[in-house]
Design a protein around this ligand. Structure first.
Ligand code: FE
Ligand code: FE
Ligand code: MG
Length: 165
């Protein structure tokens, strides 16, 4: 922890750390949901869907990395135990029991929409009070917005393909 770096934060740091750890829980669950979804996916445009899901998995892991580093900088501890992911998550985990591509995509769209809300709240909270965290959560928010759009574009393409048959 940098003591001066923590002291300049203009909001309750412990509350911020709690919110960052909750977002970290979301990112790990999102990572696994994408990763395992890419393994089991079946249906039209499987190749394109798998490529997108794997890309997003990698990006969610990158978000976890950014959050964990900032948590440590602020004197916090990133969640230690996978069981804490379920206890702390905002957005939960959608079990990919049905491997059909459109079902997986809808589950992941739901997750992205939740993530957009979470990072929108974090950007509002940190905007003036903590510009360093703000920059991190803004970059993650931008990624989540791209993720939602990518997934919705795939659903649209699958629907168009079905209509034109
Ligand atoms: Fe993410
Ligand atoms: Fe995402
Ligand atoms: Mg993408």
């Amino acid at each position: 922890m940098g003591t001066k770096g923590r002291a300049i934060v203009g909001i309750d740091v412990d509350n911020l750390l709690d919110m960052l750890n909750k977002a970290l829980a979301d990112e790990w669950l999102a990572y696994y949901q994408y990763w395992v979804g890419a393994k089991v996916a079946k249906g039209p445009m499987r190749g394109d869907v798998v490529t997108e899901l794997m890309e997003h998995a990698t990006e969610e892991l990158g978000h976890a990395e950014l959050l964990a580093d900032r948590i440590i900088q602020l004197g916090g501890t990133p969640l230690h135990k996978p069981e804490d992911w379920y206890k702390m998550t905002n957005c939960g985990y959608e079990v990919p029991e049905d491997p059909y591509v459109e079902v997986l995509l809808e589950q992941n769209i739901k997750g992205e929409q939740c993530a957009i809300d979470v990072y929108q709240q974090l950007t509002e909270l940190t905007k003036d009070a903590d510009p360093v965290t703000y920059e991190i959560v803004l970059s993650i928010l931008t990624d989540e917005i791209t993720h939602e759009e990518d997934l919705q574009a795939l659903v649209e393409d699958i629907e168009l393909m079905k209509e034109r048959k």
